[in-house]
Design a protein around this ligand. Structure first.
Ligand SMILES: NC(=O)c1ccc[n+]([C@@H]2O[C@H](COP(=O)([O-])OP(=O)(O)OC[C@H]3O[C@@H](n4cnc5c(N)ncnc54)[C@H](OP(=O)(O)O)[C@@H]3O)[C@@H](O)[C@H]2O)c1
Length: 264
């Protein structure tokens, strides 16, 4: 199905020359994030991937095989479920860089049973929302500086969200650690709540009134690493074969990163 759609829509043509622009990709070495990193490098952006595991070097090797040895892509290991580590690593990154055009928040703790991250916070909430939102805060001065440069399109913060936000428990208030760490919640509720926080988070960024866009996007169900992890049942197997691959779904996210600016 995706091969038919590709011949009609040509998603690879919807991205333009990004020479001189800097992209930070949280969760950029795997799944949909990897395809976004790849597409940006192909279009001459400088890409910095931030990931937890050792997937970063593999992603660099794979992308450079296609784009050439001198492509500008690097990987910074960082566990976004550890705020102390995130602060140290991302503050250094902020101080090192001169501009940031696109911050893509595609790191994701998949639907799973309750468990705590390094900071003893529900790991869905801690990684999907808190770690990435904290990163936005740490890197915001860089985005703001970039937004004030002449002849520069408004920087964007793009979140990977999901229609799973409908599964957030009713009466969610994000009011206390006890509420967040209620281990009686189902996997879908925990994941859905983290995705709801992302959608609401756009509203925290917009009142700054900077020339910076913040938006979240549901990419659709993709046959990415996240889906490959849950292939135990026949239903899961069917889902994997019926859903489209990450390259296709990275298109939706790329459009929100590079499409015409919209008022928020
Ligand atoms: N795939 C789908 O069907 C689907 C559907 C709806 C929405 N989405 C949304 O699309 C986005 C991307 O999904 P995906 O399917 O591409 O996910 P994925 O393949 O599971 O990739 C998740 C990424 O997050 C990184 N990550 C996980 N834990 C981390 C941590 N503690 N610190 C830093 N990085 C961490 C992973 O890298 P390491 O393992 O190397 O750390 C990986 O690069 C998510 O926001 C998701 O909600 C996906």
């Amino acid at each position: 199905m995706q091969s038919v759609l590709h011949t009609v829509v040509h998603p690879e043509k919807e991205i333009h020359d990004l020479d001189g622009r800097v992209v930070i990709m949280l969760g950029g070495a795997v799944g949909i994030g990897f395809e976004i990193s790849r597409a940006f490098v192909l279009n001459k952006a400088r890409v910095i991937m931030v990931n937890h595991d050792e997937h970063g070097q593999y992603a660099i090797d794979k992308i450079k095989k296609e784009t050439g040895e001198y492509s500008e892509i690097e990987w910074i290991p960082c566990n976004l479920g550890n705020l102390k580590e995130a602060k140290e690593i991302l503050s250094n990154l902020r101080d090192r860089e001169e501009r940031l055009d696109l911050l893509i928040c595609s790191a994701d703790m998949d639907i799973n049973q309750f468990g705590e991250d390094t900071d003893s916070i529900d790991r869905h909430f801690g990684i999907n929302w808190l770690g990435q939102f904290y990163t936005c805060n740490l890197l915001y001065p860089l985005l703001r500086n970039t937004s004030q440069k002449a002849d520069t399109p408004a920087p964007r913060i793009v979140w990977g969200s999901s229609q799973m936000h409908y599964n957030a428990p009713s009466g969610v208030h994000f009011a206390s650690l006890d509420e967040i760490n209620n281990s009686g919640r189902s996997s879908a509720e925990l994941y859905g709540r983290s995705k709801l926080a992302i959608i609401l988070g756009e509203r925290v960024i917009q009142p700054n009134k900077d020339n910076i866009y913040a938006l979240s996007v549901h990419p659709g169900t993709a046959n990415a690493a996240m889906k490959q992890q849950c292939k135990d049942s026949v239903l899961d197997q069917c889902l994997i074969h019926l859903t489209m691959s990450a390259p296709w779904h990275s298109r939706a996210v790329r459009l929100s990163e590079l499409g015409p600016a919209m008022s928020t």
